[in-house]
Write a protein that binds this ligand. Structure first.
Ligand code: NAD
Ligand code: MG
Length: 398
C-alpha cells in the first residue's frame, strides 16, 4: 500500500479550506491531514481538528491560539497548537509534508507559499494574490526548490487541463488563452447605479459561494484582473495572449485556443471541489463530490465581449491587469495591495463600491519603487502601497 500523502491546509476555515477538507474526507486511504491553519476562528478550527486529527493546528492570532490550546485539553487529541505567522511557514515546509493547499486570502499567504515552494512541495495555489505579488520571485522559489505548482483557481485549472502535458509544447502551440468570467452580480446593472451598491449586494454572487474578499473582487471584476496576472505567471505567455470573455453561466471554466484555431475547453458545474480534487490527485483523477453536468437541464451558453454592453465602463479595473503587466516589476504588488485595502474599506462601509477603482488608480499613479528582487523587497512595496491606499481611503471617507 502506498503511504498516505501528508497535507497542510493554509486557511482551512475558509471557503476553499472547507471544500478541500470535504474532498480529503472522501479519500482517507489516500490523504492524511498534517496541519490546519487559520487566522482567528478557533471554534471552527477545533471542530476540524476533532474530525481530521492533524499533527499541528496553527492560529496566527495568539489569543485565539491560547483558547484552542485550552479547548484541546478536554479532548484525546495530540494536536500541537502553534501561534503567529511564522508557524505558517513551519507547517508549509516541514519535511513530513507532501502537499500544501494555499487557501489564505491576500498577500498574507505569500511567505508560507514561498516556504512551501522552497522546500519542494506539491503546492496547490488558490491564493492567487500570493502569485500576483510574488511574480518572478515566487516562480524562482518554485524552480530552485523543485516544487510542483498546480492551479486551483477554476479558470487556471481549466486551462491547465486543456494544455498538453508536455510544457515544452506550450509556447509553440498556444495562440491564446481565454479566461471566462461570469460578470458577477452587476453584469446587467446600469453603470450609474453602481455607486449605491452595498457589501451585501456585492457578496451575493450568482454562481459561486466564496469568501467576502473574492466576492467583492468578482463584482468589480478585479478578480479577473488578478487572474490575468496569475495566468501570465502560471503559463508563461505574453499578456496580449490572455483574453477575458464573459460567460454568465460559468459552465465553460476557461479555454485554450491553439495556433490552428482549434479550441480546447474544460466544462463542469461551478463547484471548487472539482479543481481541488484534480490538484490533489494530478495526474490521476479522483471523486470530488461535485455534481455531473445535467445536459438536459443545461441553460443555453452565452458570451459577451468586454467591449460590448458598456462593460469597459462597468468594470474599469479589469484593464489594469495588462497595464501593470507591461509596467515595471512590482506594479502587480502595488495593485494587489491597493485593492486589498480598498475592498476592506468598502466592506467596512468607509468608501463606496465605485471608489475601489479610484483608490487602485490613485495608488498606482503615485507609487515609485525600485525593482523587487526578494521577498523582503516585495513586502516593503506591499506595506508602502497599503499606507498609500489607506491615505486615499481617508481622503475619500472624509
Ligand atoms: P475565505 O475568506 O473564505 O478564507 C480565508 C482563509 O484564510 C481563512 O481560513 C482565514 O482564517 C485565513 N486567513 C485570512 N487572513 C489571514 C491572515 N492574515 N493570516 C493567516 N490566515 C489568514 O477565502 P476563500 O474564498 O476561501 O479564498 C481563499 C483564496 O482562494 C483567495 O485567494 C481566493 O482568491 C482564492 N479562491 C477562492 C475561490 C472560492 O471559491 N472561494 C475560488 C478561486 C480562488
Ligand atoms: Mg477564479
Amino acid at each position: 500500500m502506498k503511504p498516505r500523502m501528508q497535507v497542510t491546509i493554509l486557511g482551512s476555515t475558509g471557503s476553499i479550506g472547507v471544500s478541500t477538507l470535504d474532498v480529503l474526507a472522501r479519500h482517507p486511504e489516500r490523504f492524511e491531514v498534517f496541519a490546519l491553519t487559520a487566522a482567528s476562528r478557533d471554534e471552527v478550527l477545533l471542530a476540524q481538528c476533532i474530525q481530521f486529527r492533524p499533527r499541528y493546528a496553527v492560529l496566527t492570532d495568539t489569543t485565539a491560539a491560547r483558547r484552542l490550546q485550552e479547548r484541546l485539553k478536554s479532548t484525546d487529541l495530540e494536536t500541537e497548537v502553534l501561534a503567529g505567522p511564522r508557524a505558517l511557514e513551519e507547517v508549509a515546509s516541514d519535511p513530513a509534508v507532501d502537499v500544501v493547499m494555499a487557501a489564505i486570502v491576500g498577500a498574507a499567504g505569500l511567505a508560507p507559499c514561498l516556504a512551501a515552494a522552497r522546500s519542494g512541495k506539491r503546492l496547490l495555489l488558490a491564493n492567487k494574490e500570493a502569485l500576483v505579488v510574488g511574480g518572478e520571485v515566487f516562480l524562482d522559489a518554485v524552480r530552485t526548490g523543485g516544487a510542483r505548482l498546480l492551479p486551483i483557481d477554476s479558470e487556471h485549472s481549466a486551462i491547465f487541463q486543456s494544455l498538453p502535458d508536455d510544457e515544452q509544447l506550450w509556447p509553440q502551440s498556444v495562440d491564446r488563452i481565454i479566461l471566462t468570467a461570469s460578470g458577477g452580480p452587476f453584469r446587467t446593472w446600469p453603470v450609474e447605479q453602481l455607486s449605491g451598491v452595498t457589501p451585501e449586494q456585492a457578496c451575493a454572487h450568482p454562481n459561486w459561494s466564496m469568501g467576502r474578499k473574492i466576492s467583492v473582487d468578482s463584482a468589480t471584476m478585479m478578480n479577473k484582473a488578478l487572474e490575468v496576472i496569475e495566468a501570465r505567471y502560471l503559463f508563461g505567455l505574453a499578456p496580449r495572449q490572455i483574453e477575458v470573455l464573459i460567460h454568465p453561466q460559468s459552465i465553460i471554466h476557461s479555454m485554450v485556443q491553439y495556433r490552428d484555431h482549434s479550441v480546447v475547453a474544460q466544462l463542469g458545474t461551478p463547484d471548487m471541489r472539482g479543481p481541488i480534487a484534480y490538484g490533489l490527485s494530478w495526474p490521476e483523477r479522483i471523486a470530488s463530490g461535485s455534481a455531473a453536468l445535467d445536459w438536459r437541464r443545461l441553460p443555453a451558453m452565452t458570451f459577451e465581449a468586454l467591449d460590448e454592453h458598456d462593460h469597459e465602463r462597468r468594470f474599469p479595473g479589469l484593464a489594469l491587469a495588462w497595464q501593470v503587466l507591461e509596467g515595471p516589476p512590482g506594479q502587480c504588488a502595488v495593485l494587489n495591495a491597493a485593492n486589498e485595502v480598498a475592498v476592506a474599506a468598502f466592506l467596512d462601509r468607509r468608501i463606496r463600491f465605485d471608489q475601489i477603482h479610484a483608490v487602485n488608480l490613485a495608488v498606482l499613479e503615485s507609487m515609485r519603487f525600485a525593482q523587487p528582487r526578494s521577498l523582503e523587497d516585495l513586502l516593503a512595496i506591499d506595506t508602502e502601497a497599503r499606507a498609500e491606499a489607506q491615505a486615499r481611503v481617508q481622503e475619500l471617507g472624509a
